[in-house]
Structure formats: structure tokens, C-alpha cells
Design a protein around this ligand. Structure first.
Ligand code: B12
Length: 579
């Protein structure tokens, strides 16, 4: 059987192309997520794009170039792109750190396939659409947080050689190079029709005989099979207005035209979760606080989960403290559950200034109620780079983490991270920096592309605050990391080896930071480059994480989690049903 050519190839770039050649200390910018700083995880929206287009007769293949490049030094991304045969390339510029990488990949697409259109999409492409469309490598930009429907229409127009005048949200260039900005009207308030699982993505892998390229993160065959944590998306948008978040209510109203969040029906959320438990025993991350649309919604999801027994650990987010009976109801509904909350600071004034108005006493009560109800693990995230926050205040936050670990034991797990590398474009603080004490250092996409090539994350940070310079943010992140690491060892959250490894990594990062500062002060660019290249092997040893080992973020789970045969069976059924 010959392998069909896809109509659309979705390419996910590493943040920096080609990171294997550039000497860069990315620092702890990805210490809070499963990815490396190359942000190799593609947008979860690729799942619903693949599903919607495939269901409507458009073949879509995902090629995660970032993962392929990370997995093998000899993987030649350019050669792979050259060999692809397709009607269009889709490239995500969702997260701004991809500004350099996504664009370089577009350039390669055009080098080998000058007549194949390149479509950009995602939050950052939406925010920077006016600048982006003027690059000769970009033919189309689909704005917004919901691209499934207009993308299907665009693909049909491309295949049938029609002008896309009537496709909503589209920004495009015609054959004469004139730019057209179609009305931004497709902002669905209903997201029930979009599936929330990866069966279609697997089906696509079977169709194009390429499983390796669709892996959402490095180590498909080992790590991912063991720990295929799966997100379940509950909504698009958010009701809250945290000033630093590019996905907040006001931010999305501004650049994505979303006036209010769209929540998937609670019955479908329960169904999504139960379906996923058939393919994996790994944790399922329920994205978005179920209490956002109200208690009734949250209770309806939990009621739906009660009906089926499964052992997977569910991870629930809390956007603010919840009432006591919520924890009891969660415990009655599922066997294994975990929670996470982001208080960001111990200082209630700082927390209020960033848009979160809740008290430390409420947080403590939540931890107590959750743990007493049987919660396996309660994570809390703290942040550096906030209004009114000084280095002293950050160290007091770490002290408070120590107090909480002493009080609640090893099931309470705190993390502290700098907001990095970029304050999200479109967020309230980015749009009104003076009001919140921020200074934004880069504004254009071209500046962000350049920033990602900085030799150290200090020079990539796009902000400083009235209370902390970039130097202080970086230094204080390392100091906070060292102290929290010591406290975690003291309270038994990590063993000695892990403590030691983290301490050594942070100390190395501090040394490399000052070495890079000295090199940056040299006048001769070629000497600078040569000296930085000499550091590259050492820089690469701290690529994966700096202040926080990835393993600490893993939720409890059994080994060999992916029920690969169940998944393959479902994908094969779909394959023959619809091919
Ligand atoms: C869930 C989530 C995550 C999850 C899952 C990520 C994932 N694989 O998608 C985790 C926790 C891992 C995560 C990590 C990060 N995130 Co995040 N995340 C979110 C969150 C809360 C919800 C996203 C969501 O549910 N989307 C719904 C799905 C269905 O849609 P989607 O993936 O966006 O895709 C749709 C459209 O964007 C578009 N689209 C996307 N790509 C493409 C490509 C093409 C060609 C087209 C046409 C369309 C298109 O179409 C899709 C389908 O409709 C948002 C905030 C929010 N309220 O939206 C932040 C948000 C998107 N994340 C953000 C950031 C900064 C990050 C990190 C860089 C943070 C960090 N420094 O570690 C990392 C990057 C990780 C990586 N790539 O490896 C910022 C983005 C700001 C910006 N402009 O850069 C946001 C807005 C807010 C925030 N600060 O968290 N994130």
C-alpha cells in the first residue's frame, strides 16, 4: 500500500533553529513544564485541528521537528522538509519563544517549496499579525484561539485554487502581494464538537507511517510510553484577570476577540477523561479550574466521573481557594487525585497587585482539606518578577514554603520560578507597563527573534520591574532555587542525590552566567562567538533543567502506562472507518 501525501503538514519548530549550533544558556525558562527550553511540545490544539480536518477529508500530518532534532544529533530537519510533499505547511507561532525557530522553519519551507503556501497560527501569530504578514515567507495567518473551522475552509480554498476572501479571521496576501485582513468574527462560544483525545493523531501516524514525528515531547519510545500525561482541555479563555497572563480575560478579549470563555459541557469532560483512561494508566491533567463556571459545573463533571472506576491520577487546578466540600466531593468521585494552585507570593499585597485576591489562611485551609480528603499531592507554584516584589521578598516566599512543608509534610510540593523568558504580549501588565511598575524591553517580533539568540536568558528577558533589574531577577532566581532545594532536602521531599545534583547545576549556572557576562563585554564579535562556542558543551549539560528537576514535577503513576494496543486498535478502527 503506498503512503498518501497529506494535504497539510503541521510543523512544530524548536524555539531556536538550529539550537545544536548556537551557544545559549536558556536557564530555568522551562523548569515549570515537561519540555526543555526548546519548548518541543506542540500546541494541544493540534489534536483538534487534526481531528476536525481529517473528519472532513483533509489529510493532516504532524511533524514535530523540535522533538526529532532533540532526539538525534544527526536528524537533518532541512532534508526532511525538502522531502515532504503537501499542499500547505502550517507552522505554530503560539508561544512567543518560538519567534526565531518558527520563522527559520518557514524560511526552509519556502527554500524548497516556493509554491507551497505557509500558514501561521497560534496566540503570538495572532498578536503580531501585522508585522508577521509582511515577511515574504508567510502567506496566511489564522488569528484566534479556535482555528479548526476556518482552517478547514482555507485548506479547501487552497486545494481548489480559490481566493479566500470570505474566510473569517484570515490575514493573507494575494498573488500580487497585497495584504488582506478578513473580519475577525469566528470566536466560538461552544467547543463541544472538538474532540479531546489523541486517537486521530495516532490514526494520522499510521496513515503517514511516522510515529516518531508526532511525539509531543522527547523520548516517544521510552519516556512518553512510561509517562504519557494527557491534558483534558475544559475551556477556551478564562474568567480571571491575572495581570501577567496572555490567556487572561482581558488579554484574550483584546487580541483574540474572545469576550467570554467557552466551556466544554461537563458531561463531555467526564467522558473525555473516562475515554483516556482506556488508553493510559498515566495521570490526566484537567486544564482549567472546574470551579470557574461555578460549583454546579464542577459537581456535574465529578458526578460523571463517579460512574466509572479507574485508577489514573487526576490533577485538578485551583485558580483560587475552593470550599471544603469540594475536596470531599472530589474524594468521593475519584480514587486518586492531586491539586495545584499558584499563590505566586507569600505576600498578600503582591498577590492582590497581580490580580489574585485571596489570603494565606485560605491557602492553608485548602491544603489541609485536600490532604485530609486523601489528595496524593498538592503542588504550589511561586513566581519571581511581580509588582512590589524585591529579592528580599522572594526569599521570604521561600521561607514560607519551608513553613508549609514543615506543617503539611511531603505531600505538599512547592516550586519557585521566574516569569520567563517573556512577559506575555497582550497581558494586562504588558499593555500597561507603567501602571504596574514594568518596563518592557522588546516590542517587535524582529526583536523577539533576536532576543532568543541571546547567549544567556538574562539578555532574553523582555522586562524588568521597578523593584528588580534583569540582573536581580536572574540572581534571585538562582538564590531562591538554592534555598528551596535545601529546604526540600531538609523536609524529606527529595533525597540527597537529587539535592546535590540540583545544587551543582545551579552553581554551574551561576558560574556560566558571569562567564557569559564577561564574554559579552568583549568588543570583537568573532572572539565572542569563539569563546561562547567553547562554553557550549557545559551549557548543554544544563539544558534540561536548572533549579528544578523535571522528575519532581511528575505526578504519581505506575510504569508502562500507555496501553499501546488499545490505542492502536482504536486508531486502526478509525483508519478503516474514514480512510
Ligand atoms: C494548557 C496550557 C499549557 C499546557 C499545555 C501546552 C500545550 N501543549 O498546548 C502547559 C502547562 C504544558 C503549557 C506550557 C507553556 N505555556 Co501555556 N498555556 C496553557 C493555557 C492555560 C491553555 C491553552 C489551551 O488550553 N488551549 C486550547 C487548545 C485547544 O488550543 P491551542 O493549543 O491554543 O490551539 C489552538 C489555537 O491556538 C490555534 N493554533 C495553535 N497553533 C496553530 C498552528 C496553526 C498553523 C494554526 C492555523 C492554528 C494554530 O488553533 C488551535 C486549535 O483551535 C494557556 C492560557 C489560555 N487561557 O489560553 C497558556 C498559554 C498559551 N501558555 C503560555 C506560555 C508562555 C507557556 C510556556 C512557554 C511557559 C513556560 N515558560 O514554560 C510553556 C510552553 C510549553 C511548550 N511548548 O513546550 C502563554 C502564551 C503567551 C505567549 N504568547 O507566548 C499562555 C497564553 C498563558 C500562560 N502564560 O501560561 N501551557
Amino acid at each position: 500500500m503506498s503512503i498518501a501525501n497529506p494535504h497539510l503538514v503541521l510543523l512544530h519548530a524548536p524555539t531556536v533553529y538550529d539550537f545544536r549550533k548556537h551557544p545559549i544558556m536558556y536557564g530555568p525558562i522551562a523548569d515549570g513544564v515537561p519540555s526543555t527550553p526548546l519548548f518541543e511540545m506542540y500546541p494541544v490544539g493540534f489534536f483538534s485541528i487534526v481531528e476536525h480536518l481529517e473528519r472532513n477529508g483533509i489529510g493532516v500530518r504532524i511533524v514535530n521537528l523540535a522533538v526529532r532534532m532533540l532526539s538525534s544529533d544527526s536528524f537533518d530537519a532541512e532534508k526532511m522538509i525538502r522531502r515532504l510533499k503537501t499542499k500547505a505547511f502550517g507552522i505554530d507561532l503560539h508561544w512567543l519563544p518560538h519567534a526565531q525557530g518558527s520563522f527559520e522553519v518557514a524560511t526552509i519551507c519556502k527554500r524548497y517549496h516556493p509554491d507551497v503556501p505557509v500558514i501561521f497560527g497560534g496566540f503570538s501569530a495572532t498578536y503580531f499579525y501585522e508585522e508577521l504578514i509582511h515577511y515574504p515567507e508567510v502567506d496566511f495567518i489564522l488569528r484566534g484561539d479556535s482555528a479548526e473551522v476556518p482552517l478547514l475552509r482555507l485548506m479547501k480554498a487552497i486545494i481548489q485554487h480559490q481566493q479566500p476572501h470570505n474566510i473569517p479571521n484570515l490575514v493573507w496576501k494575494d498573488s500580487g502581494g497585497e495584504v488582506h485582513i478578513n473580519p475577525f468574527t469566528h470566536v466560538p462560544t461552544e467547543v463541544n464538537e472538538f474532540l479531546n483525545n489523541f486517537v486521530y493523531v495516532f490514526k494520522s501516524a499510521l496513515k503517514y507511517r511516522d510515529v516518531r514525528s508526532l511525539s509531543p515531547w522527547k523520548g516517544w519510545s521510552s519516556q512518553w510510553l512510561d509517562y504519557p500525561i494527557t491534558p483534558v482541555i475544559t475551556c477556551r479563555g478564562c474568567i480571571h484577570n491575572c495581570i501577567f497572563c496572555g490567556g487572561s480575560r482581558n488579554a484574550l478579549a483584546n487580541y483574540c476577540n474572545r469576550k467570554k470563555p467557552a466551556f466544554r459541557s461537563p458531561e463531555l469532560i467526564a467522558e473525555d477523561i473516562v475515554k483516556i483512561t482506556k488508553y493510559t494508566k498515566a495521570p490526566i491533567f484537567v486544564i482549567g479550574d472546574l470551579l470557574q463556571p461555578g460549583e454546579e459545573y464542577a459537581y456535574a463533571v465529578l458526578e460523571g466521573l463517579k460512574k466509572t472506576a479507574f485508577k489514573n491520577h487526576l490533577v485538578f487546578e485551583l485558580f483560587k481557594p475552593a470550599p471544603e466540600d469540594y475536596f470531599e466531593f472530589v474524594a468521593e468521585s475519584v480514587d486518586n487525585f492531586n491539586f495545584e494552585i499558584s499563590p505566586d507570593s507569600h505576600d498578600e499585597r503582591i498577590r492582590a497587585a497581580e490580580g489574585k485576591r485571596y489570603k494565606n489562611s485560605e491557602i492553608e485551609k485548602n491544603i489541609r482539606w485536600a490532604l485530609d480528603s486523601g489528595c496524593n499531592r498538592f503542588d504550589a507554584f511561586f513566581m519571581i518578577g511581580l509588582p512590589f516584589q524585591t529579592p528580599e521578598s522572594v526569599m521570604e516566599t521561600v521561607d514560607w514554603c519551608g513553613y508549609l512543608m514543615a506543617k503539611f509534610g511531603t505531600r505538599f510540593v512547592p516550586f519557585i520560578l521566574a516569569y520567563s523568558p517573556f512577559l506575555d504580549p497582550g497581558c494586562i501588565a504588558y499593555e500597561n507597563p507603567e501602571k504596574f511598575g514594568y518596563k518592557i524591553l522588546f516590542k517587535t517580533l524582529a526583536e523577539y527573534r533576536e532576543a532568543m539568540l541571546s547567549p544567556s536568558w538574562k539578555y532574553a528577558l523582555n522586562y524588568e520591574t521597578e523593584w528588580m533589574t534583569r540582573d536581580e531577577i536572574v540572581d534571585c532566581t538562582y538564590q531562591a532555587g538554592l534555598k528551596l532545594n535545601r529546604l526540600k532536602a531538609e523536609y524529606g521531599l527529595i533525597d540527597y542525590d537529587s539535592f546535590k545534583a540540583t545544587e551543582e547545576r545551579i552553581k554551574l549556572a551561576i558560574e556560566l552566567t558571569s562567564a557569559i557576562d564577561k564574554i559579552k563585554a568583549l568588543n570583537d564579535a568573532s572572539v565572542q562567538h569563539e569563546r561562547l562556542m567553547q562554553l557550549k558543551p557545559e551549557l548543554d549539560t544544563i539544558l534540561n533543567s536548572v533549579i528544578n528537576e523535571k522528575v519532581q514535577m511528575e505526578w504519581p503513576a505506575a510504569k508502562r502506562n500507555l496501553r499501546i494496543f488499545c490505542l492502536l486498535k482504536a486508531a486502526i478502527v478509525e483508519y478503516f472507518k474514514r480512510s
